[in-house]
Design a binder for this molecule. Sequence first.
Ligand SMILES: C[C@@H]1N[C@@H](C#Cc2ccccc2)[C@H](O)[C@@H]1O
Length: 438
Amino acid sequence: SMTLEHGAHRIGKRIDSKMSRWRNYGFGQFIHWGLYAIPGGHWNGEYYGGAAEWIRSWKGMPNEDYDNLYTEFDPVDFDPKAWAEQAKDMGARYMIITTKHHDGFCLWPSEFTDYDVTNAPYGQDIIGPLVEAYDAEGIDVYLYFSVMDWNHPGYRSKLETAEDREAYEGFKEFTRNQLLELLERYPSTKGLWFDGTWDAAWKEQAEFADNLAMEMREMIPGLIIGSRFRPDDYGNRHFDSNGDLMGDYEQGWERKLPDTYEDTKGNDWDCVMTVPENQWGYHSDWRGHVKTSYELIEMLVKSVSLDGNFVMNFGPNGQGEIRKEERQLAKEIGEWMHKNQKAIYDCGYIDWEKQDWGYYTRNRESGEVYMIVFNKPINGALRIKTPAKINLDKIFDLNGPQKTYRPEEIHRNEYFIHLDEALLETPKVIVIQYSEAT
Ligand SMILES: C[C@@H]1N[C@@H](C#Cc2ccccc2)[C@H](O)[C@@H]1O
């Protein structure tokens, strides 16, 4: 392997209690909110087919028109307590809020730029009340921060001239100042979710990013930072030039899921997921497929079954309201979570052979296994194959009358259990208590 100054500084998972808390969340909420919510995917009567939070990059939106949107930002319906209660009811255990997206507009009063909420009609801090409201609900808050910043004069996507490099030094200082400012203002945050770090200019900043990450971790010991922040000595991100994960967990699963445990490389990871195909910020005209609560629950379950966290995105509108489609999804997912959260919280992967009926999760403390059944076979027989020396001691429904199942052995370590239900209305959880033969 290569000698790297600024590659991975740890091989394998973090095992401290703060990271265990992160690992056990299971379910999180992403919130993308900012100036892009005002146009909501339209400008001058034209429909923008891209991701709403990228509308500034569209030829139909002149940059100066976008950059002046801050003069209209006055979300009179913003109600952080209502958002936090909804997240609690949905069963989210952490929340990631965009403090600054690629456009550079800051949802907190920043000392280092005028392009922030204090200079908009709204005039007040948005991040502080959100942190407070979510902390009050016991939901941990993480701060999303885009390094790429289209508003800052020193930002460069690549460094070609001496002038570029000069300007970029100022941009790096600005970036550091804003990050330390966020940790100073919101010390209860548990971590940072970085984005906008794919530029060539940033990929040359291995030493700067490494030192900044260390500085932030000194400010808040145990701070959780994923694989999307630092480039290594050769500009590699997520995994360094030796293939080792950089940061505390893998942030590569954006709008996609791993299919097998091997795909996760045995690392901690999160999947961040949009409700439409590709809209993070508010778009008033969702086209194409909009995911149902069934699909989102399956993605959540699949994530946990593969040792990851699933983070579902919400995009409040320009008035600060959460749209009805998202409210309905939160309600439906919450109904399932209220009855089945035991199969999600504090759970992760178990190396039993995946079956067509659905997914296994395993509680990391108790060792209790959960079968989460999505696909009932025509004959109602659910196959269970375990590694050798595993005894199935007790099998019963998580909900409803405590129905117990008698496994029918069909081969060594292979069984059927038989469902009574003619039809499953929602994904069904069955509990397996097992022991290992000594
Ligand atoms: C978490 C998500 N990352 C951002 C992006 C992107 C992007 C942009 C261009 C090509 C590929 C990905 C989205 O705007 C959203 O914030």
